[in-house]
Design a protein around this ligand. Structure first.
Ligand code: 9MR
Length: 380
């Protein structure tokens, strides 16, 4: 490469990095395309919320009308030490959402991950009493929900309480409080904000056994006279699952039968092979060593794989559109392929392509297949 060619190349590369924000303005907006059907949301990482990823917040404001914090509203982020709250990043996201008239979902009030050990321990490091744990839960929920009362209108109250077989997950919450902890969390959240939309959130809810477990749990909450409004079906999918889209449709219908709206709260469709058939879903306890055999697309997404992914996204959206009366919101778990937890799970260090926008913030084949369902095509 001579000097002139090289500097032209560098200039082109620099433009390519800054260009998306400009070129992307011509892209149809998901929130407009699906305006009659459901809200379209996205999860934001801390760097993105703080404006440290060029082009991202502009894209988000144009494309989406709902946001969820990928991490910064989790217990460990908001209250790492008892009574010592750190609101900075969460406040920044809520302010951004207010500026752009986006709905915020608070994620999440109660989970077994990202919860500091102190929550479950007394001063001597022994398991805390039932009364004390309930008091801590109450303090946390009132502080968090109370702070954002007028600005966060929906909450993932309880996250991932049920195993794939429908039984209750064995966690400190369950061990100390018993199954009623789910009802208690909803009761406290409803006290803290009686008008917020309150969701139960979990992954792989297309599995019939897991769906039935959640139906049973939601009936218990309802039988206690406690408010629950909806179910969040996370939607961490792959090219091979859900195997049968009818299972997803059946879950939405089952929840609707209880008077509960569904939201897809964490949608992504991984293209990488799953190292074992059991490792779909989102169990963060799974952590496998990097094996390049399972990392085939480090140089880019091959067109035939992009087409398979586009077809999967299309199938998912066909189900969601058919059930649009029972689906409130569809939220993607990340803005673009470069910032996705799927690059790190179930095997750290892989290059996945699970979202609708690529690493340059450009719409992918999957984007066009989804908007194509509404008759929208790329401009000539
Ligand atoms: O995407 C999130 C990742 O950045 C975090 O390290 C991880 C642990 O807190 O949580 C990820 O998000 C999870 C979400 O909160 C709940 N459902 C499964 C998601 C993917 O693991």
């Amino acid at each position: 490469m001579n000097r002139l060619t090289r500097s032209t190349f560098v200039l082109a590369a620099t433009l390519a990095l800054s260009a998306p924000a400009v070129a992307e303005e011509a892209t149809p907006a998901l929130k407009d395309v699906f305006a009659d059907d459901f809200r379209i949301g996205v999860a934001l990482g801390e760097h993105q919320i703080l404006g440290r990823e060029p082009g991202v917040l502009g894209l988000v404001a144009r494309q989406f009308n709902a946001v969820t914090a990928e991490n910064v509203m989790k217990w460990a982020e908001l209250q790492p030490v008892e009574g010592d709250y750190d609101w900075a990043a969460a406040d920044a996201m809520v302010d951004f959402a207010a500026d752009h008239e986006m709905r915020v979902t608070g994620h999440t009030l109660l989970w077994h991950q990202q919860t500091p050990d102190w929550v479950f321990e007394d001063a001597d490091g022994n398991p805390v009493s039932r009364e004390q744990l309930l008091e801590r839960l109450e303090n946390h929920i009132h502080a968090v929900v109370g702070r954002y009362k007028d600005r966060v209108r929906s909450w993932d109250v309880v996250n991932e309480a049920v195993n794939d077989d429908g039984s209750m997950r064995d966690t400190p919450w369950y061990r100390i409080l018993g199954e009623d902890y789910v009802t208690e969390a909803f009761r406290i959240a409803a006290e803290a904000d009686p008008t917020a939309t309150l969701l139960y959130n979990d992954y792989s809810l297309f599995l019939p056994a897991k769906r039935n477990g959640v139906v049973r749990l939601m009936k218990k909450v309802q039988a206690a006279g406690v408010k629950v409004d909806g179910v969040g079906l996370q939607g961490h999918y792959g090219l091979g699952h859900p195997e049968d889209m009818q299972d997803l449709a059946d879950s939405i219908a089952a929840f609707a039968g209880l008077g509960l709206k569904s939201s897809i709260t964490e949608l992504d469709i991984a293209v990488l092979p799953f190292p074992s058939p059991d490792h779909f879903g989102a169990d963060l306890n799974v952590n496998m060593a990097l094996n390049e055999q399972y990392n085939p697309y480090t140089e880019g997404l091959p067109a035939d794989v992009a087409a398979q992914q586009a077809a999967r996204y299309r199938q998912v959206f066909e189900v969601l559109l058919a059930h649009a009366d029972d689906v409130e919101r569809v939220t993607f778990w990340g803005v673009h392929d470069g910032h996705s937890w799927k690059n790190g799970w179930p095997m750290a260090g892989r290059t996945d392509y699970p979202l609708l926008f690529d690493r340059q913030l450009q719409p992918k084949a999957a984007f066009w297949s989804v908007v194509g369902l509404k008759g929208v095509t790329p401009a000539e």
